[in-house]
Design a protein around this ligand. Structure first.
Ligand SMILES: NC(=O)c1ccc[n+]([C@@H]2O[C@H](COP(=O)([O-])OP(=O)(O)OC[C@H]3O[C@@H](n4cnc5c(N)ncnc54)[C@H](OP(=O)(O)O)[C@@H]3O)[C@@H](O)[C@H]2O)c1
Length: 254
């Protein structure tokens, strides 16, 4: 009898347990689109954000096939828009927020000796201020969740301790700055008091539009990258908060 009651309670709990929620920036293509697909397959509620989702056919098709994907418009440089989405989603607990949207700013534009200085602001606005603003605006949503994780997709290109070859100074500086900004956020009382975990994660050298034109021999495919990142996101705990990890598991020097 006791076994039957326990089994019944377990089934009832299982059937009423809410799915975890993930919100992803830059979900239109590349790593963000793959995160969207994979979390949806795993039964998560996915808030897939993109700056012009009406043009994003792959994301639209994915959402049409998966009722647990909700698409929202979000340009991470539009701070008013970020606040408006945070208001719209008020009361929605977000277990994992993935700050994924990012740009390189191009290669020729950042070539020393012939630098287009106007590119710097775009790169910093999207790669540094964007994640910081999204993190600030959605802190309450993450704080209200069970998992409380904010994961920032950084890059090994942001490592000051391992700079090889002179290239893309704006992009590299933006990822070093992202690391510093998020390290700082991770030790802020607003974050620590709520037990929020701040992840800083590198995805590897991944075959996406981002790396178009670069030699493919050393690249991994987007499925492999996202599988590794999802495994790391699952592992992230408070002990790892504010630390810099490769998605293969190694802690990185800054
Ligand atoms: N691929 C790699 O090897 C690699 C390595 C290290 C780190 N990363 C990092 O991984 C992240 C994703 O890269 P990826 O390879 O997937 O690049 P990607 O294929 O070029 O995708 C970039 C994504 O960012 C979005 N985005 C750009 N500006 C935005 C803005 N202002 N607001 C919202 N979304 C914006 C793009 O949206 P649109 O479609 O609207 O342009 C797109 O969804 C980036 O942060 C990148 O720095 C990538």
């Amino acid at each position: 009898m006791l076994r039957t009651v326990t089994l019944f309670t377990a089934i009832l709990f299982w059937s009423t347990a809410e799915a975890a929620t993930v919100m992803i920036t830059g979900a239109s293509r590349g790593i963000g689109l793959e995160f969207t697909k994979r979390y949806a397959e795993q039964g998560w509620d996915v808030i897939a954000t993109a700056r012009s989702p009406e043009d994003d056919e792959k994301l639209q098709a994915l959402a049409a096939d998966n009722s647990n994907i909700r698409i929202e418009t979000l340009d991470v440089t539009d701070h008013t828009g970020v606040d408006a989405l945070a208001d719209k989603l008020s009361g929605t607990a977000i277990d994992v927020l993935i700050n994924n949207a990012g740009i390189s700013g191009g290669r020729n534009t950042q070539e020393f000796g012939n630098i287009d200085f106007s590119v710097f602001n775009d790169v910093m606005n999207i790669n540094v201020l964007g994640p910081l603003k999204v993190t600030e605006a959605f802190l309450e949503h993450v704080g209200a969740s069970d998992q409380k994780k904010i994961i920032n997709i950084s890059s090994s290109e942001g490592r000051l301790s391992l700079v090889r070859g002179a290239r893309q100074p704006f992009y590299r500086a933006s990822k070093s700055a992202l690391n510093m900004v998020m390290k700082n956020v991770s030790i802020h009382p607003l974050v620590q008091e709520q037990g929020i975990i701040i992840g800083i994660l590198t995805p590897g050298f991944v075959d996406t539009d981002f790396t178009a034109g670069l030699p493919k021999q050393m690249m991994i495919d987007v499925e492999t990258s996202v599988s590794r990142s999802m495994a790391m996101i699952e592992k992230y705990d408070l002990e790892m908060s504010g630390k810099y990890f490769a998605n293969t598991g190694e802690e990185m020097t800054w």
